[in-house]
Design a protein around this ligand. Structure first.
Ligand code: PLP
Length: 418
């Protein structure tokens, strides 16, 4: 059979160019990572051909004897990694996992309480035009205007006012750990179910560097592609008592056939996440974010009007507040792009600018830690970012420093093409 380059040279070129981009720039989008070759192989395999509606041993299609093995491995590994009684690994994405969780825990019109999108929550935690905001009666909690941290007394107040059926704890842009015990206590006080969305920090949990929400929550959802560094997809963990409801919420509630090639790749990612190498990588990830935060808190950056929200980080990302800087979020993102560092602009809490512009940056270290960066390299990249955020940044010199770092840490060397 003819190779992709012959059948579809335009798409082959896209893949080639994207590989080149990933190799030659520094990836600091907090939700991204580089999957290992083993994950690419599982995901790009013949398992993509297989329909397997249902669950292992109870499928609606024949010929599932091998994909059942893959799904059972993914389930066993997910449960063992996070100490969970129950797992479901069929969700196509984090958002579809979250839709299934709400489908299982609530009825249309029920009340839900989550972190406001503008303060670091996710679309699926109650944004108006998302399924969550359309199907459920949503109220939000916010971060404290002085500390920029979630104040559990305020969460309790909001819960007592709103009386939700479901409370969601989790975030897309928040640099600190959550107090799961306090969330549990509030949920119990108001008779709500506690759902934790650990999409961002799941890798840190697997490595023992972040409290594990599983013992506290009724249900935990996650993605596999952020700190874990597996295939783009989602999964759900929970107490055994929710097994039937969650399974039926995923299939047939939300989805048809599971993506068996992706499920096999999840199994690979969960296997790797139990290794000492993975733990060391997560340690470099968190340490890298701390190095970045320390550098961006220095006087020269503060004099340029930039600061780090909450004064540091406990996780894999740093939130930069540019409200007093000459640069807005869009300009800062563009400037770093010119230098060769990819980040995303991000609204800061109480942001005066519109969501397409913003006054902040979200900068993450997981992908560079996967690339092999340690303290020395994170110190260098932190300094490049600090210099870029100061007035009159010398883009050419900074680009040369970025090029040296990316040359020193080659990516996908054993991949002949894409
Ligand atoms: N939950 C959280 C907290 C997230 O940050 C994200 C992604 O950004 C998701 C869910 C959704 O994941 P996906 O993009 O795979 O749908």
């Amino acid at each position: 059979q003819a190779p992709l380059a012959d059948i579809d040279p335009q798409i082959a070129e896209v893949l080639d160019q994207e590989l080149g981009r990933q190799r030659s720039t520094l990836e600091m989008i907090a939700s991204e990572n580089f999957v290992p070759r083993a994950v690419l192989q599982a995901q790009g395999s013949v398992l993509t051909n297989k329909y397997a509606e249902g669950y292992p041993g109870k499928r609606y299609y024949g010929g599932c004897e091998y994909v059942d093995v893959a799904e059972n491995l993914a389930l066993d590994r997910a449960k063992s990694l996070f100490g969970a009684e129950y797992a479901n690994v069929q969700s196509h994405s984090g958002a579809s996992a979250n839709a299934a969780v709400m489908h299982a825990l609530a009825r249309q019109g029920d009340k839900m309480l989550g972190l406001s999108l503008a303060h670091g929550g996710h679309l699926t935690h109650g944004m108006k035009i998302n399924f969550s905001g359309r199907l459920y009666d949503v109220a939000s909690y916010e971060v404290d205007p002085d500390t920029y941290r979630i104040d559990m007394d305020k969460v309790r107040e909001r819960a007592l006012e709103h009386r939700p059926e479901v409370i969601v704890a989790g975030w897309s842009a928040y640099p600190r750990q959550l107090d799961f015990q306090a969330f549990r206590d509030i949920a119990d006080e108001v008779g709500a179910k506690l759902w934790v969305d650990m999409a961002h920090f799941a890798g840190l949990v697997a490595a023992g560097l972040h409290p594990n929400p599983v013992p506290f929550a009724d249900v935990v959802s996650s993605t596999v592609h952020k700190t874990i560094g597996g295939p783009r997809s989602g999964f759900i963990l929970g107490k055994e008592e929710y097994a039937k409801k969650l399974n039926s919420a995923v299939f047939p509630g939300q989805q048809g056939g599971p993506l068996m090639h992706v499920i096999a790749a999840k199994a690979v990612a969960f296997k790797l996440a139990a290794s000492a190498e993975f733990k060391a990588r997560q340690e470099r990830t968190v340490r890298g974010a701390q190095i970045l935060a320390e550098r961006l808190l220095a006087d020269d950056v503060a004099n340029a009007g930039a600061t780090v929200l909450t004064g540091g980080t406990d996780v894999h990302l740093v939130l930069v507040d540019l409200r007093n800087s000459a640069l807005d979020g869009q300009q800062a993102e563009d400037l770093l792009h010119e230098v060769g560092i990819t980040v995303n602009r991000n609204a800061v809490p109480f942001d005066p600018r519109p969501p397409m512009v913003t006054s902040g940056l979200r900068i993450g270290t997981p992908a560079l830690a996967t690339r092999g960066f340690g303290d020395a390299e994170f110190t260098e990249v932190a300094d490049v970012i600090a210099e870029a955020l100061k007035p009159g940044a010398d883009v050419e010199t900074l680009s040369a420093r970025v090029k040296k770092l990316s040359d020193d840490f080659p990516l996908y060397e054993d991949l002949e093409q894409y």
